[in-house]
Design a protein around this ligand. Structure first.
Ligand SMILES: [Zn+2]
Ligand SMILES: [Zn+2]
Length: 356
C-alpha cells in the first residue's frame, strides 16, 4: 500500500509539472510599427495525407510558441477518405475553438494540388474551401481569388526534373492569381522560390508542410519549425492578411533569415546593438547584444573588429578593438552571412556606438 501511495504521489507531481510546463517562446523582436508574428501557413491532417487530427496541429503550434497557423489539407488528394469523408471545411471547424481558447490565430486554408506544372498552391483566408474543388486548375485558382484569398506557390523546386516557370505560371502571374511563393518548405530551400520571389515581387514564405506529428520538444536556433515571420499591425487574421498582401515577411529556416532588404535590415536593427563601448587603455571593450533566436554569423567588411564574429542567439558577445585616443565612436562594418537579402547575398550591417 505504501509503495502504491508513493507511486500515486510521483504520478501526481509529474502530471502537475506537465501541466505547468510553459510553451516555448520564439524570440524575434517587433520592428518599428509592426509586431513580428511567428506563423506556419502549410500543414496537413488526416483530412488529407497527414497523420494527426486537426486539434493536434493547434496543440503543437501552442507548445512551440507560434502566433498563427493555417491547416491546408489537399483539395484533390484524400487517401484516407474511406475512413474520413471528404469535407474540406472540417479541419478548420474542428480546430477553431481550441485555437481561439489558446490565443492562436487560425486561418482557414487549403492546398490546390495539381501535377507539376502548375504544381501546388496554398490559398489562405478562405470562406469556403469546398469551392476550390473544381475540375479545371484555373477555376480553382479563380475560386480562391474570388474569395479574397492570399495564394502562394508551394515548394516550386519540388520536382527536380520539372523545375521551372512555365506558361501556366505566366498566366497566373499576369492575372495576379498568386501573390506569394515558398522559399523554404520543411527542410528544403527552394532557390527558384527565392529568385522569383524577389524578381517578381512576390511575398517570401516558409512553412513546415508537416504531415507527421511534430516531434520538436524544444524550439532552439538549431532545431525549430520552418516559419514565416509576418510583420503585422496586430495579432489578428485581418492584420496578417494585410501584411501578407503587402509582402511584409521574413523566412526563418535552419540558422538563417531570408527577407527582402528592408525587412532584413529592420529585423537586424531591432535584434542587435552595441550594449556598451568602454575605453580600457589603448583598447575599447565592446559588448554586442543579440535579442533573437538566430546565431548571427558576421564577416568583417570594415577595418575594425575580428574578421569573423558570432553573436549567439539571445546572448551577448564581447570584443576588444583598437581605437585611437581622439576617436570617440566605434563603427563595426560587417556582412551578416546568415541573413540573406538574395541567394547567397548577405545583409551588410553597421553597428555604431559612442565610446564611454
Ligand atoms: Zn504540396
Ligand atoms: Zn502540403
Amino acid at each position: 500500500m505504501k509503495r502504491l501511495g508513493l507511486k500515486i504521489l510521483v504520478l501526481a507531481v509529474m502530471l502537475l509539472a506537465g501541466s505547468l510546463a510553459s510553451a516555448d517562446k520564439i524570440n524575434f523582436p517587433d520592428i518599428p510599427g509592426y509586431k513580428t508574428l511567428k506563423c506556419d501557413f502549410h500543414m496537413h491532417t488526416v483530412f488529407s495525407d497527414g497523420a494527426v487530427w486537426p486539434t493536434v496541429r493547434v496543440d503543437e503550434a501552442v507548445r512551440e510558441g507560434l502566433d498563427a497557423i493555417s491547416i491546408t489539407d489537399h483539395i484533390e488528394y484524400q487517401p484516407k477518405k474511406a475512413d474520413i469523408p471528404t469535407n474540406h471545411n472540417r479541419p478548420y471547424e474542428i480546430a477553431k475553438e481550441p485555437a481561439a481558447k489558446a490565443g492562436l490565430v487560425l486561418i482557414k486554408g487549403a492546398e490546390i494540388t495539381r501535377d507539376t506544372p502548375p504544381g501546388h498552391f496554398n490559398a489562405l483566408f478562405l470562406n469556403d474551401c469546398a469551392l476550390l474543388d473544381t475540375k479545371e486548375f484555373l477555376d480553382a485558382m479563380k475560386a480562391a481569388n474570388d474569395q479574397g484569398a492570399f495564394v502562394f506557390w508551394n515548394h516550386p523546386d519540388w520536382k527536380p526534373d520539372k523545375k521551372g516557370w512555365f506558361e501556366v505560371h505566366d498566366t497566373l502571374y499576369n492575372h495576379k492569381l498568386f501573390q506569394g511563393i515558398e522559399v523554404c518548405n520543411g527542410g528544403g530551400y527552394h532557390l527558384n522560390g527565392h529568385i522569383w520571389g524577389l524578381e517578381k515581387n512576390l511575398t517570401l514564405m516558409a512553412n513546415s508542410d508537416i504531415h507527421a506529428p511534430s516531434l520538436i520538444r524544444k524550439t532552439t536556433p538549431e532545431e525549430h519549425r520552418t516559419l514565416t515571420l509576418v510583420f503585422a499591425k496586430e495579432k489578428s487574421v485581418e492584420a496578417i492578411k494585410e501584411a501578407l498582401f503587402a509582402g511584409r515577411t521574413a523566412v526563418w529556416f535552419k540558422n538563417q533569415l531570408i527577407a527582402k532588404p528592408d525587412y532584413a535590415e529592420a529585423l537586424f536593427k531591432a535584434a542587435v546593438r552595441i550594449e556598451s563601448a568602454e575605453r580600457r587603455g589603448q583598447m575599447v571593450r565592446v559588448e554586442i547584444a543579440n535579442k533573437c533566436d538566430l546565431n548571427i554569423d558576421l564577416a568583417r567588411t570594415g577595418d575594425l573588429g575580428p574578421e569573423k564574429l558570432i553573436v549567439p542567439a539571445m546572448d551577448t558577445t564581447i570584443i576588444r578593438v583598437r581605437v585611437a585616443r581622439d576617436v570617440d565612436t566605434v563603427e563595426l562594418a560587417y556582412n551578416a552571412v546568415n541573413i540573406l537579402i538574395g541567394p547567397e547575398k548577405p545583409l551588410p550591417i553597421r553597428l555604431t556606438a559612442s565610446v564611454e
